[in-house]
Ligand binder design. Structure first.
Ligand code: ZN
Length: 94
């Protein structure tokens, strides 16, 4: 259940609001989306650009962590697992 939720989040397009014209724009696959005002808020793939980025509000969170498709718990578990592996190898060499 947790995995499905993460995947949905990953597919969610980036949404930002331009404070200059108050228009909400969202990322669209394969093309650059712009708000159309002088601030030129635009989203291209996962890159947000604007004349004044302080005028741009992120409406959803998009972090690198979610890209792996793993929850924080799973990542932590994998880290611990790899740490254990390294320790075991060290022991075998000695
Ligand atoms: Zn604008």
């Amino acid at each position: 259940m947790r995995e499905a939720k993460v995947r949905t989040f990953k597919m969610e397009p980036i949404r930002v609001r331009c404070r200059s014209c108050n228009k909400e724009i969202r990322s669209c696959a394969g093309k650059t989306v712009t708000c159309g005002c002088a601030n030129m808020t635009s989203i291209k793939k996962d890159v947000i650009s604007a004349v004044d980025l302080s005028q741009v509000i992120m409406l959803n969170t998009y972090s690198v962590k979610e890209d792996s498709g793993l929850s924080t718990e799973q990542i932590e578990w994998q880290k611990q697992r790899s740490r254990r592996k390294i320790r075991k190898l060290d022991f075998e060499i000695r």
